[in-house]
Design a binder for this molecule. Structure first.
Ligand code: ADP
Ligand code: ZN
Length: 595
């Protein structure tokens, strides 16, 4: 046990294991199979990289993302682990080089893509070497129930046959019980030590605000987070392009990413982001699993995500280094009708029902006055009853307002005009507009005509959005999106139930984070980031692989002025200290005014 703690510090530079890491590693080293479902940022890589250093033979890691493999191998090599990979991106010569390293016994960690693994004779061939441990990363890809099913993963069911004595571990960040069962069955895990970690991401602050002018709202947010890196998700490719153009025009370097762009451009944009060359990527959800970058400080959703699962995965890309990060969702009920339009095109009835259910769950998360974190965790069957202190609801950013009277004005206008008109016209009735359409239908005669003169169009639109969001009314998409009452809407109209809306408190415009940050010197942090960038450039690595933000912040807080103190910083292992730790030390010493 002592041994693995020493390796954690010496090789990875970490003082303490994250929850479950230690148990997983010691079970593995005692020869037991493992199934582990840990949230993103939970530290899955250590769970196979560290044992690789203690097993006598080779550790194989099966990982689906060829694009990511290089970063993972580079990262492991930076820590001084003999890591290699085999996948379709290698030339014949490079592949031969890997085999030579295997022959020479220089490989402790070998990353392989599942499609390579599935090739006839490949496993046979591998038997020449002593394989001790096989780790399957993103293991949910074996399950047809998962959202990322990959047929290549099915071949992994043959591992047990070919290597009866190896220890097998499966890691995933998404596991419903059904998926877990599939994984354990398909990989033939033998009485595995099973871990289901909490999916709570304490470091993420969830905030959901009404959408009005998404691009401007996004721009304002970024201005308050200038030197940080973030992802902006939009629903459509067209909106991705528009938002990226809007931001660029305003002087913010933002690159688009969506499936309609050529692969080359997509790869380039992702790479620039990965290397901290641009701060912002505007993307559809095509920008996904391949992001291992640990220093993403915020994720903004410009549109409502399709499901809570999607929202959780997408926001989960922020804060992998465990530092506080923000998630902002702009919510307009218009998104719902837009998404229904797509859902209606789904021909498979079951699929359609599922999509509807997912959307309803998400809309409810966005509009109900309950801790956002609690709602997310309950969706994953985890109970949570505290005040989380890190969402807009728990922090009282949103205020409950009784909107019953205004809701009744809208509902009454809808009823009295026979439920055949759309949003604009209903607002015109309530505000007492005098236009051709009003006169054509004699709507100036209605009792509700003009009862809402005193309030703005935007106000009435937001009331309608809320009524839609809380499902008191709906838009009839087969009839020109005319507004109609649900049964529950009638209950409000007749005063049997109140209509409660969440309003962002005007006084809270200044966005604040409630959770504490470590005190660190920002000037020094910026200078250390420059040092990191220079090293990363020379070595051709993404900066976060050199040291992550958390490590640099700790340096800017503790200001270590000699090697021993430097080695006490989380993330500084002996190999990195030797290679470039002294460059950071030098910068800190200059900062402290040493000669
Ligand atoms: P996952 O694959 O589960 O999303 P990673 O393995 O990429 O997570 O780890 C996320 C981040 O946390 C990385 O920057 C990693 O270096 C860091 N990390 C992992 N384990 C520890 C630990 N015990 N102490 C401090 N940082 C850790
Ligand atoms: Zn909360």
């Amino acid at each position: 046990m002592k041994k693995i703690e020493t390796t954690l510090k010496k090789t990875f530079g970490f003082k303490k294991f994250r929850p479950h890491q230690k148990d997983i590693i010691s079970e593995l080293l005692q020869g037991r199979d493992v199934f582990a479902s840990l949230p993103t940022g939970g530290g899955k890589s250590i769970c196979y990289q560290l044992p690789a250093l203690h097993f006598e033979g080779i550790t194989i890691v099966l990982s689906p993302l060829v694009a990511l493999m290089k970063d993972q191998v580079d990262g492991a090599n930076e820590s001084g682990i003999g890591a290699y990979c085999l996948n379709s991106s290698l030339s014949a010569k490079e592949t031969a080089g890997v085999y030579q390293a295997l022959e020479r016994g220089e490989v402790s960690l070998l990353y392989i893509s599942p499609e390579r693994f599935a090739i006839d004779g490949f496993m046979e061939n591998l038997k020449r070497f002593k394989v001790s441990f096989v780790a399957v990363d993103e293991a949910h890809c074996v399950s047809e129930w998962g959202h990322d099913f990959r047929p290549d993963y099915l071949s992994l069911s043959r591992i047990r046959e070919h290597f009866p004595d190896v220890v097998i571990a499966a890691f995933t960040a998404t596991a419903t019980l059904k998926v877990q069962e599939d994984i354990i069955g398909l990989l033939k895990l033998n009485n595995p030590y099973t871990v289901r970690a909490s999916f709570n991401r304490k470091e993420l602050y969830y905030r959901i605000v009404p959408k009005n002018g998404a691009n401007k709202q996004i721009y304002d947010f970024i201005c308050k987070h200038k030197k940080q890196q973030g992802i902006i998700y939009r629903l459509s490719r067209a909106d991705v392009e528009k938002t990226a153009a809007y931001l660029s025009e305003k002087g913010i370097k933002a690159l688009p990413y969506h499936a309609g762009l050529a692969t080359k451009i997509r790869e380039k944009n992702q790479d620039l982001f990965n290397r901290d060359e641009v701060a912002v990527v505007v993307a559809t959800i095509a920008f996904g699993m391949g992001i291992d970058k640990s220093n993403i400080r915020y994720v903004i959703h410009g549109d409502l995500p399709k499901s809570i699962e999607g929202y959780y995965q997408e926001t989960g890309r922020a804060g992998r280094d465990g530092l506080n990060s923000e998630c902002l969702l702009l919510y307009g009920a218009g998104d719902i009708s837009r998404m229904h339009y797509f859902i209606d095109k789904i021909s498979d009835e079951k699929e359609k029902m599922r999509a509807n259910r997912n959307l309803n769950n998400m809309a409810s998360l966005a509009s109900v006055n309950v801790c956002r974190r609690k709602q997310i965790l309950e969706y994953f069957n985890e109970s949570y009853d505290e005040n989380c202190g890190a969402c807009d609801i728990c922090n009282g950013e949103a205020e409950q307002v009784d909107g019953t009277v205004d809701a009744q004005k809208i509902l009454s206008a809808i009823m009295r005009s026979n439920q055949v008109f759309g949003i604009t016209h209903i607002i015109d009735i309530v505000r007492g507009a005098d236009n051709e359409k009003i006169r054509k239908f004699s709507h100036q005669e209605l009792k509700t005509w003009g009862v809402g003169k005193d309030k703005s169009k935007n106000w009435w639109r937001s009331i309608i959005n809320e009524l839609l969001g809380q499902k008191f009314i709906y838009q009839d998409r087969d009839n020109y999106n005319s507004l109609k009452l649900n049964n529950s809407g009638a209950e409000i109209l007749y005063g049997r139930v109140p209509f409660i809306v969440l309003m962002k408190k005007e006084t809270r415009q200044e966005e604040k984070l409630s959770f504490r940050e470590v005190d660190y010197n920002e000037t020094l942090f910026a200078r250390l980031k420059d040092v990191r960038k220079d090293i990363a450039k020379v070595k051709g690595l993404p900066p976060y692989i050199v040291f992550n933000d958390k490590t640099l912040k700790e340096m800017s807080s503790l200001k270590p002025d000699d090697e021993a103190a430097m080695l006490r910083v989380s993330g500084v292992g002996s190999r990195k200290m030797e290679q470039y730790g002294f460059l950071f030390l030098k910068e800190i010493r200059i900062f402290l005014g040493y000669k």
